[in-house]
Design a protein around this ligand. Structure first.
Ligand SMILES: [Zn+2]
Length: 444
């Protein structure tokens, strides 16, 4: 692949000039240019975050790095320029940024060539999403060797690349790649004349106090079906009319996307149905729980959440598995059937697949937090509530309301393989009114 010689920014004083390298393998997303463009975009973000500036971009699109003899012209040019320490027009070059080491090398030979070129002069840096490294140190070398050897990290970085792809698409304001959203045509950009009119009138009706159930009934009577053929229910209508996309706003993983520079919401490329003011107004007519979990900035989160939770802690649990690059996975754990009498149901992270926990373990941990058997505890709920909870008198919905009134969520740490004993400390509560309490405690 050719070397792109239009650098996005000239070297600014005080910033370290680095080269952005991007590579996709043969099969990655049919070799379209999104993959490499998004890597470059992420690289610019990483560089900026660590005091660097991208002065040249090198690209190998649709080029594998696993097999010997695979040609990578972009990589070769990068090494040549690194050796000289300058890019075109004589601009200085002092390092490299990539989304991960495996973009640069997967084979020992390439690793050796890369490291030699990078460290042939002092003062060089290597940047990725996790930070900036000094490649001249022994630690950096060990780090590089580890990432070369870490076959286990393969899956991790792959899932991260996919997630970054979504992040980058979202920043672009590109429409979702999922099923066609109700209200738009197959191109996901042009309004569907009939559906868009229905959505608009549903929003206006809601703002005038109309029940979503009534709207759903009208839609069914009109013979309207969802884009996957389902009959509209109240929950469907709620999700459709509170989705940020109705006013053109973009969300990703349940968080309204804000432009990192201006702080304003990122606007998609599709035609909006209503104004942002109308969307905010209609969201405000719903309880937070009825549209979807609130995350970040008080913005309505992802739509398409299951209408009725089936397990006591559904929706309250977040994955505490650590990603290879640091930070927690933080995705919601989903409930499902378990395989043992002791754990007839479980919660698991479907995103990273590294955190699963017994349902009854979680429930008991929550109960102990709510009604501590020893010590004073963090909250004191009325005795009547405790009695009804413990006697089993309290129904499913009310239990969930009690939980929601005390906790924002729970972070669940992955278990230790082979350890059969229940470890309640895996469930860390995030209390509501966290500012009123001293420090986080673990369940029992
Ligand atoms: Zn996870």
């Amino acid at each position: 692949m050719r070397v792109i010689h239009n650098a996005p920014a000239s070297a600014e004083p005080g910033l370290i000039p680095v080269a952005s390298y991007a590579r996709t393998s043969e099969d990655f997303r049919k070799r379209d240019s999104h993959g490499v463009n998004n890597q470059h975009r992420i690289n610019e973000r990483s560089a900026r975050a660590h005091g660097c500036v991208v002065v040249a971009m090198y690209t190998d699109n649709g080029r594998g790095a696993s097999r010997p003899g695979s040609e990578r012209p972009g990589f070769d040019q990068l090494l040549a320029d690194l050796k000289k320490g300058i890019v075109y027009e004589g601009k200085p070059l002092r390092g490299v940024v990539s989304v991960a080491d495996d973009r640069l090398y997967r084979r020992v030979e390439d690793f050796a060539r890369f490291f030699e070129a990078l460290t042939c002069r002092p003062g060089r840096v290597q940047v990725d999403q996790d930070g900036i490294r000094d490649p001249h140190t022994k630690e950096a070398l060990l780090h590089a060797v580890r990432s070369l050897a870490a076959a286990g990290a393969e899956t991790e970085s792959r899932s991260r690349r996919v997630r970054d792809w979504h992040w980058s698409r979202a920043v672009d304001g590109m429409p979702h790649s999922g099923p066609r959203p109700f209200g738009w045509q197959e191109d996901r950009i042009t309004l569907h004349p009939v559906e868009a009119a229905l959505v608009r009138s549903a929003i206006e009706g809601r703002l005038n106090g109309k029940a979503v159930r009534a709207v759903a009934r009208e839609w069914r009577e009109l013979g309207v079906t969802g884009t996957r053929g389902g009959l509209p229910k109240a929950q469907t209508v709620t999700q459709i009319i509170t989705a940020p996309r109705v006013c053109g706003y973009r969300a990703n993983h349940g968080t309204l996307l804000l432009d990192p520079d201006s702080g304003s919401p990122i606007v998609g490329q599709w035609e909006p149905i209503v104004s942002p003011e109308q969307w905010r107004a209609v969201c405000a007519t719903f309880e937070a729980g009825s549209r979807s979990a609130l995350r970040g900035g008080g913005a309505p989160g992802r739509t398409g959440e299951k209408a009725t939770p089936r397990y006591p802690a559904s929706g309250f649990l977040r994955c505490g598995a650590e990603l290879a690059g640091g930070g927690a996975c933080d995705q919601k754990l989903g409930g499902g059937k378990g395989r043992s009498a002791r754990s007839p149901y479980t919660y698991a992270c479907k995103f990273c697949g590294r955190c699963a926990v017994s349902g009854p373990l979680v429930d008991r941990a929550i109960e102990e937090l709510l009604f501590p058997t020893s010590g004073a505890g963090r909250v004191r709920l009325p005795r009547a509530i405790e009695q009804r909870w413990k006697s089993g008198e309290m129904g499913f919905d009310e239990r969930r309301k009690v939980i929601a009134s005390v906790f924002t969520c729970f972070v669940v740490r992955p278990g230790v393989k082979g350890n059969q004993a229940w470890d309640y400390s895996r469930v860390t509560p995030v209390w509501k009114w966290a500012d009123r309490v001293a420090s986080p405690v673990h369940a029992a």
